[in-house]
Every structure is written in structure tokens, then in C-alpha cells.
Design a protein around this ligand. Structure first.
Ligand code: BG6
Length: 514
């Protein structure tokens, strides 16, 4: 139930929501499996370096790369430096020197049990050398097929167990399973050795500023919460549009498609923060419970709903950024007759007092016209009609646009009088851009995520029940669509299949962007 502000809802200064008051994490070793992979080089290492530069890493800290590469310490330092320079440009020399001292590398074959014993020995030495106190964060930035084996080996080598007074955590990258059964199996495998409280499932959308801001926007403003329901909201649109194609990841995408790649995880995270009930308090458990409870109220996708309320698409050749680009079926690694969807629109409905009758149109696609992720809340129009004013000018309901990326910000669209003679109305935006409002670099999503993982705050990570419920919801869609092929039905550089437009139009609505 909604409550008025109480002490339990106080946010602590300088912290991400629910975190422990801007605290510096405890001394620990960050063990990075897959340190030479693309994600580590582009995102994880730069995020750690940024945290270091901001003074947010503990004094006793070590970053240990664990990979097959035959790198000694110096060679690993050189490779990290190169990665950082590639993504951040020239480094501050002094900061780099101090950071570099915390780096180490263990050459190991992730499939060999003995190598984990060696890893454990090295970690104990590091504890003595650097005062990292036996605290460990294992980060699985490896191929998903290795998640299970690495977890088993860590467990069997005794590395998953914390001793008295220290902690062990594991961060698991996406994709977390490819369907409900595989997600459950991975959860079961993790749970053999790790408690739920030490498992951190990564979804980088939760680290985006505007996604975190959903909590503040909704519950920190008396203006919105009273209106956030079926009485005042007509419908909600969530658009997650990319201009990129599959970017050399064709063979991965062939096994995935947009529902698995984007909707089941990233988009459902946004949706759940947007539509959940107010959490009991700001603890990780309360916030995550509210999110999963929302998904419990989501109406299942029946064959009828899939036929009438969901649309899939696949891009054909077209223009993107002024360039001719190939269709999905012509991408490297993609079958010439591939039936994988690169676009999906799902109409989500929640059977709850708050949301009965309010559709949430959720769409995501590759090679669309613009790169934009945004939520548009369409409020119902007011009852008053101005004499002599007709058409959309008369009836436009207010809209709240929450722009997640790029150009993070908010816009509230309101009707206003056109200056001059007569009573003409038009909608205008009251807008706020993060970059202007705060005038500082917005942290990359991985910075708050890694920081909170190091601090032991799991608010920004996905809990077991959420990941399983998300899969459960999309399974009927995946099964129905898997039984036949998606055909190319939208040109690269367009706003997706025409059917997605018609679906809204038949309900008297239009997309905010197309
Ligand atoms: C990844 C998907 O998880 O998210 C990619 O695998 C997608 O296909 C990416 O491009 C989008 O992330 P962002 O932060 O650029 O919106």
C-alpha cells in the first residue's frame, strides 16, 4: 500500500538508492574472469578506474584478472592500460601508477579444477600482501556456457564460502539463461554454493541514471504518485530503439532475438520500476520485492493476445545514418532464411487495482530510425472542452516523457494557449535535461553497478524470482514465435513494421515517435 513519507524511506546522502551512505567498500579482491574480453576492456576496467579516481575504491584493494592468457603482472598492467587508453584517452599519470599497483593476473584454464586451487592460493597471498581480508568479488564476464562450470569449480575449490568476518560475492553477467528452464538451472547451480544474498545478477540498465531516477521521480514527487494509476493514465509507451544492427554478433543474435536480448531483461527492469507499488522501504529486498510483485500481476500471453497484441519484425536492407546497410539476413553469421525477430512490440497488461485497463506498449528493435530509450506516460485528457477548438489540439492529454538515453531528461507536455487572438491551444514541453541541470559527466552504467556490488548493496541487481518471472512471462511469446519465422517486414532506418503502427491506431492511439 502507498504510504506517506516515513523514516524508513529516507535516502541517505551521497548514496545510490538503498545503499549504505556513500560508504567506501570494505577491502577486497575483485577477481575478473574474462579480463581480456570485450566487455571488460570497454566497460568494466574503465568503470573501475573511474571509481578509483573518484576515491571510491578501498585502500586494501586488488584487481586480479583470471584468464588463459600467459600474462605476468607487468604484461597484464600493460594490457589494462591499453584498454583504458582506448576507451578513456590519455590517463592521469599519477592515478594510473597507483592503480596499476593494485593489478595482478592469474593464468588459468577455467575448465581445470586444479587451477582454481592455485587461484585460491594466490588470493590468500594477496590478502596478506594487501590487507584485502579474505573478501572476494568474483565477476563472471565470460561466455554464458562457462557460467555453470566456473561456479562449480569455485564451489568445489572452497572459494564460494566466506569465512567468519569476511564475504564472498559473485556477479553474473547477462544473458542469464536463454529460457525459463535454463535460467532455473543456472540459479540452482549457483545456489549449490552461493547464498542468494551473495549472488548479483547484472542488468546494466539498472545502472543508468534515468532508470535509477524512476524511483525518485515517482516516490520523491508528491505531484506524480497520486496520478500514477488507471484513473489518470490512459496508456504507457516504452520505446527501446537502436540504430545499430547486430554488429558482428550475428551468431549470438541468431540464438537470441530481441525478446531475449532486450525485453526479458533490460526493458522489464524499466517497466517494473515504472509500474510497481511503492516499496515498504528502500532496502534492496523491499525494492526488489515490489518489482517482482508487479510482474506477478502481469497478464499472461495467451495465443489470442500474442496474435492481436504482439508484433514481431525483422529488418531488411535500408538506410542508417545516411549509409546503405544490409538486411538482417545478410549480416555475417546470420542464416539466409533466418526467422529471428529483430523487433518486438508486446502489449503488457497488469491485473491490479492500479493498472486495470491501462496498456503498456513495449517495443524494442535494432536498426530503427533513432537511438532512443524512453518512457512516455500518456495521461487522460481533462473533461473540459474549449469552444471552437477541435482535433488533437483540443483533446491532447498531458504526456510525461522520461528519456533514458541519449540526452537523459524529462519533459512534461502540457496544453497551452497560442499567443494572439482567439483561444487556440497547443502542446508545449516543460523540459529538463540532466546535462544542463547538473552540468557534469553522468557516470557510465557500470560505475554505480560495480560500486554497489563492492559495497554489498544488491538493489541494482536482479533477484532470482525476478529473473525467473521475467522468463516465465515471455516464454509463450518465444514459443509461439519460434514455431514460425519472422519475415523481413521493416526497412533498416524506419520505425519498424507497419503493423506496430496499426496496432495502436486501431485503439485510437499513436506512437510518440515514428
Ligand atoms: C545489450 C544487448 O545487453 O544491450 C545489445 O546484448 C544491446 O544487443 C545493448 O545493443 C544495448 O545497451 P545500451 O546501453 O546501449 O542501450
Amino acid at each position: 500500500m502507498l504510504q506517506t513519507a516515513t523514516a524508513r524511506w529516507d535516502w541517505e546522502e551521497g548514496s545510490s538508492i538503498g545503499a549504505t551512505a556513500g560508504a567506501i567498500p570494505e577491502p577486497c579482491v575483485f577477481v575478473l574472469f574474462g579480463a581480456s574480453g570485450d566487455l571488460a576492456r570497454r566497460k568494466l576496467l574503465p568503470a573501475l578506474f573511474q571509481l578509483f579516481q573518484r576515491g571510491l575504491l578501498p585502500q586494501g584493494f586488488a584487481l586480479v584478472g583470471a584468464s588463459l592468457a600467459k600474462l605476468d603482472r607487468e604484461a597484464f598492467q600493460a594490457s589494462v592500460r591499453e584498454s583504458l587508453e582506448q576507451s578513456m584517452g590519455e590517463l592521469d599519470g599519477l592515478a594510473w601508477q597507483v592503480f596499476a599497483r593494485q593489478l595482478d593476473h592469474v593464468t588459468m584454464d577455467l575448465s581445470r579444477a586444479d587451477d582454481y586451487v592455485r587461484l585460491g592460493q594466490r588470493l590468500s597471498e594477496i590478502d596478506r600482501e594487501r590487507g584485502t581480508r579474505g573478501n572476494r568479488l568474483f565477476y563472471l564476464s565470460v561466455a554464458p556456457s562457462l557460467f555453470g562450470p566456473v561456479v562449480d569449480h569455485l564451489g568445489e575449490a572452497g572459494l564460494a564460502r566466506a569465512g567468519r568476518g569476511n564475504w564472498v560475492r559473485i556477479i553474473v553477467e547477462k544473458p542469464f539463461g536463454t529460457d525459463l528452464a535454463s535460467a532455473r538451472a543456472l540459479n540452482a547451480r549457483l545456489h549449490r554454493f552461493f547464498d542468494e544474498s551473495s549472488i548479483y545478477r547484472m542488468d546494466h540498465y539498472l545502472g543508468k541514471e534515468m532508470v535509477q531516477n524512476l524511483l525518485v521521480l515517482r516516490f520523491g514527487n508528491g505531484l506524480f504518485e497520486p496520478l500514477w494509476n488507471r484513473q489518470h493514465i490512459d496508456h504507457v509507451q516504452i520505446t527501446n530503439a537502436e540504430t545499430l544492427g547486430v554488429e558482428g554478433r550475428g551468431s549470438y543474435y541468431e540464438q537470441s532475438g530481441v525478446v531475449r536480448d532486450m525485453i526479458q531483461g533490460h526493458v522489464f527492469q524499466v517497466l517494473s520500476l515504472l509500474a510497481m507499488e511503492a516499496p515498504e522501504d528502500l532496502s534492496p529486498e523491499a525494492v526488489r520485492t515490489s518489482k517482482v510483485e508487479l510482474l506477478q500481476t502481469a497478464r499472461a500471453f495467451s495465443p489470442e493476445r500474442i496474435r492481436t497484441e504482439c508484433i514481431r519484425g525483422q529488418y531488411s536492407a535500408g538506410q542508417s545514418g545516411g549509409q546503405l546497410v544490409p538486411g538482417y539476413r545478410q549480416e555475417p553469421g546470420v542464416a539466409a532464411d533466418s526467422g529471428v525477430e529483430t523487433y518486438a512490440l508486446l502489449t503488457m497488461r497488469f491485473d491490479s487495482m492500479r493498472w486495470a485497463g491501462v496498456p503498456f506498449y513495449v517495443r524494442s528493435g535494432k536498426r530503427l530510425k533513432e537511438r532512443v530509450t524512453e518512457v512516455v506516460v500518456h495521461f487522460k485528457p481533462g473533461p473540459f472542452r474549449f469552444p471552437g477548438v477541435s482535433g488533437p489540439e483540443q483533446s491532447a492529454g498531458n504526456r510525461l516523457v522520461i528519456r533514458i538515453q541519449p540526452e537523459e531528461g524529462l519533459a512534461l507536455r502540457i496544453n497551452t494557449k497560442v499567443p494572439g487572438q482567439g483561444l487556440r491551444a497547443r502542446d508545449v514541453d516543460m523540459s529538463f535535461l540532466y546535462a544542463q541541470g547538473f552540468g557534469e559527466r553522468l557516470p557510465e552504467a557500470y560505475e554505480p553497478l560495480l560500486l554497489e556490488g563492492l559495497r554489498g548493496n544488491s538493489t541494482l541487481y536482479t533477484r532470482r524470482d525476478m529473473v525467473e518471472r521475467s522468463w516465465e512471462l515471455v516464454m509463450p511469446v518465444l514459443e509461439a514465435w519460434g514455431a514460425s519465422k519472422a519475415e523481413p517486414n521493416y526497412a533498416a532506418g524506419s520505425w519498424g513494421p507497419a503493423a506496430a503502427r496499426s496496432l495502436l491506431e486501431t485503439q485510437g492511439r499513436t506512437w510518440n515517435r515514428e
